[in-house]
Structure formats: C-alpha cells, structure tokens
Unconditional design. Sequence first.
Length: 328
Amino acid sequence: MPEQPQLPDTLVLTEPAEDAYHRAYVQAVRAFERFLTYEKHRSPQTIRAYVSDITSFLGYAKRHGVMELEEITIEHMRGWLGTHYAGNSARSSMARRASSLRTFFSWAEEEQLITQNPSLALVTAAKNKYLPEVLSKQHMETLLTSLQEQLQLAPRDAKLLRLIAVVELLYATGMRISELTGLNLSSIDRENLTMRVIGKGNKERVVPFGKPAMDALNQWVMRGRPQWFPHETSATIEALFIGPQGKRANTRQIREDLTRLLRQLDDTNASGAHVFRHTAATHLMEGGADIRSIQELLGHSSLATTQIYTHVSIDRLAGTYAGAHPRA
C-alpha cells in the first residue's frame, strides 16, 4: 500500500466563522488524496506534490474571499499560478501545478462537488526541452573497472558489492532508482535473465538484463547481503537490496553511493543517479534498438518521452561527425 502523504497545514484557519469552510475544503482535499492513492495509484511523491499544490491554491482562494469550490474561477487559478511565476518558479514546477489544478477540478466535477470545471480553460507554457547528460561507453567502462579493482582489494565489502550490483543493473535495464529499491528476491528470473519491475502507476513490466548484471547480483546476494541481517531472520527479508540495518535500502542511500561514484569522472558534467537511466537508453539507441522496445524497457507511458533519446543520439553523432570528417 502506498505511503500516505501528510496533508500540509496551509489551510489551518483560526476564525470560528470559517469552520464550515475549513471542514469542507479539508474533506475535499482528503478525498482527492484517497482518489490519487487508491484509484489512480500515483506515486507517494506525486500525491504529496498534488496535495500540497491544491492545499496552497485553496489557501490562496480563501484569502481572496472564495468560500465555496463552486465560486472558483479561471481567474483565481491564473492569479495563483502568476504568484509562482513571479517568484521565478521553473517551468516544470509551473506545469505540475497546472496539472494539479486540472486533476483536482476534473475529479471534483466527477464527484459533483462543482457543476463546471474552470480548469478546462487553463493554458500553461510547456516544459523546457533539454537533452539529458549521459555517460559515454568509455565512462561506464572506467567506472566498472574501477569498482572491480576496489573489489579485488576488499572482496567481502558488502557496500561495494551492493554498489557494483546496483550500477550493473541500472545500466543493464535503465530502471528508476525507486524501481530498483522496490525489487524483491522473487522479482528475479535467473533462468531467463529477466525481472518484474513495478513502475509508475503501480504498473508491472518485465525487463531483460545481461550476464554481467546477473553475476554482480549473485555476488551481492551470496556474499554481501547476508552480512547485513541476522541469520535467523534471513528468510523473512524479501527485499533484494537492503541497508546495513537489514531493512530495505532506500533511494537516498543508493543515490548517495552513486553520487560519490560519479565524482571519480573528471571529463563529464553528468551527475545524479538518473544519469544511468539516460545512459542505458542512449546506448541502446546508438546500438540500433527499436524506440518502441526502449519505451517498453523504460516503462514510459508516452513515446514522446522516449523520443528525447533519439535527439541525444543525433546530437552525439553530429559532434562525432564534426570532429572526424575532413569536410565537416
């Protein structure tokens, strides 16, 4: 069951005359939160962001004299978004806030809390387009070679064994960090070299991976993982990746390890754990993989999201051409 995000207290009102307003609005936000959790199966991060956005917006509406959902207009929405725009919010944040409004008021209309959906007229600027930083094949070879050299010096270092398995798996599959930490031992099909991954929206997909990743997983499971839990409880721990306390590893732990690893590279601006997802997709594209297959591997709901990697590959190709062709 997804973690229940905590409702921000932006809507806490002190005037007794507004108690009914307060209760109605809070009840609506609570119901919206349940809708996102149990019907839409959104991630805890998305739920937390949407609930925070709507709570902030309703607080703004209250300060402008709006006491009922039915009284909210497109002008109130534009005014609230305008305050964030004036504060130099990123376009991606502005797009998310607009999405929060659309989702909330569409839900409110379906629930007959309002008779008309004012967000239908809402138009926001598109997100900035960017090309993600990726690691070259040489970068990946350098990182993996460095990790193996470290392992020769400390063959039973559990944290190192986990890091090698994490890097091999991220590079082999392009999965998200949250998907990786959600894996269980039973998620792995060792015979067919595939794994069941639970992605956004609680959607399951089957992802293939290669022998190097399987070898790294075997080393972690046999030599590293058992060091971090008492033997008598080993059968009850399902998580594939765990931390030193024997509990499921969290994304922060993994991100910190990957951040330190990437600092070893001096000739790239690539940073952040997500770079391994971008790198896997780009190398697949450069290797001739079909874009639909990459979309399925990454768990993208829209092909448009995957198409950014065609631009990355073309951009890298253009750079190679410019540096190598005598008449470029």
